[in-house]
Design a protein around this ligand. Sequence first.
Ligand code: NAD
Length: 270
Amino acid sequence: MKYFLVHRGDDISRQLAEQFHTLAAEHGTPLCEEAPDIVLSIGGDGTLLHAFHKYKEQLETIAFVGIHTGRLGFFADWKPDELGVLAQLIFQTRTPEELSVVHYPVVEIELTTEAGIETHLALNEFTLKGIEETLVAQLDINDEKFEMFRGDGICISSPSGSTAYNKSLGGAIVHPSLAAIQIAEIASINNRVYRTLGSPIILPKHHHCDIYPREHQHMLLSIDHQYIQRSDVKSIRCRVAADLKVKFARFRPFPFWNRVREAFIGYDIK
Ligand code: NAD
């Protein structure tokens, strides 16, 4: 198995990365940046988002695993003192086929701009927001007009991203075994004149939504941790990526709802 390692750059993450490289060299496990079978992320969820985007063209052949060097991460669920155990589990796996993996859906975003069509993938979410003025955009579901949105913005998340920005917006937490995307409003304006649904919506895999901003509207778009400003977007189509999922290597069980409980509630349930 060939591996690559991405780390956050702080002292603890760098030291752990060096330890892993040493163990891998002793074991004869090759480091390969171009086409790794497993990518180890050491840092936080943000580090794993970076790793995902570095390898988003190779999702079919790569499995990700994360060690958190801050608080428990959603994607980074191994603790620093477990590095040796995790390394042995990786080294014992002789071929990628032997890895136990979970597959999580991701969001596909198709931007139609004045220059053409661009396709992006988000592990957590895609957001659009107005810059200097309220975002005004028509939202269609399955090619039918649904609502005219006015407000700060719109967030479209994957199930594994439902615990991130989406959760802060009052969205539901969605189990990643459900191939779905969630549309959550960011501070919509609702009164007698402007009306949006006001509730988060979950679309299944075979549905899509299209967002039509006002012509030349200056917007801030985010795809996970990446931000871009655009004023040439004509429409945006979001859906569950059809044949593409992200793979996480699971060397031990850590059910999604346990992860949710540990991250947001803690152990002391009375
Ligand atoms: P960051 O440093 O601002 O960290 C964001 C926080 O979100 C971290 O605590 C991280 O652990 C957590 N997080 C990331 N993905 C998660 C997930 N899938 N489930 C639960 N928690 C998760 O930013 P970053 O590290 O570059 O991460 C970018 C992410 O930050 C975006 O994808 C977005 O989800 C999130 N974000 C959240 C808000 C908000 O909640 N108001 C606002 C902007 C961005």
